[in-house]
Design a protein around this ligand. Structure first.
Ligand SMILES: [Zn+2]
Length: 145
């Protein structure tokens, strides 16, 4: 798995699912994972799985339910998909990762953040904070069906 993904292709259908999840959970933060394909140049998300947020203060932080996360990762593996993004929402902003987001980041995949107040969806490599470009699905990558 590459340490940094310069871009992540995110189909419009998945964007809609993620926004719907974020809006349904507000004012709590939502959390979910993206499965798809990775290669050296970037990744392509193909499925979004929402997860329960079990954080103690879900209005300002998130923690995916560990058992649900494990099930999601197993489902990805069973479907020959890789974890290629972790999504959560900031119902009151900001667009960028919080200190807790940076401290809690443990995966070498983009961390996607929806800011419901600003209406933005951005992705970052954490804990460093480099931004990852989110692109519409091109349909050009070989695994695209
Ligand atoms: Zn956050």
């Amino acid at each position: 798995m590459p340490a940094v993904l310069p871009f992540l292709e995110l189909p419009a259908t998945l964007r809609r699912e993620m926004w719907a999840h974020a809006q349904a959970e507000a004012p709590r933060e939502c959390v979910g994972v993206l499965g798809g394909q990775l290669q050296a140049g970037g990744g392509q998300a193909q499925v979004y799985l929402p997860l329960p947020n079990v954080a103690a203060r879900p209005q300002v932080e998130y923690q995916a339910d560990p058992a649900a996360l494990l099930r999601a990762l197993r489902a990805f593996r069973a479907g020959a998909l890789e974890l290629c993004g972790i999504f959560h929402s900031h119902p009151q902003g900001p667009q960028t990762p919080s200190a807790a987001d940076r401290a809690g980041a443990g995966y070498d995949v983009p961390y996607l953040i929806a800011d419901l107040r600003a209406g933005t969806l951005r992705a970052f490599v954490l804990p460093g904070g480099d931004e990852v470009a989110l692109l519409p699905a091109s349909g050009l990558l070989p695994w695209r069906t």
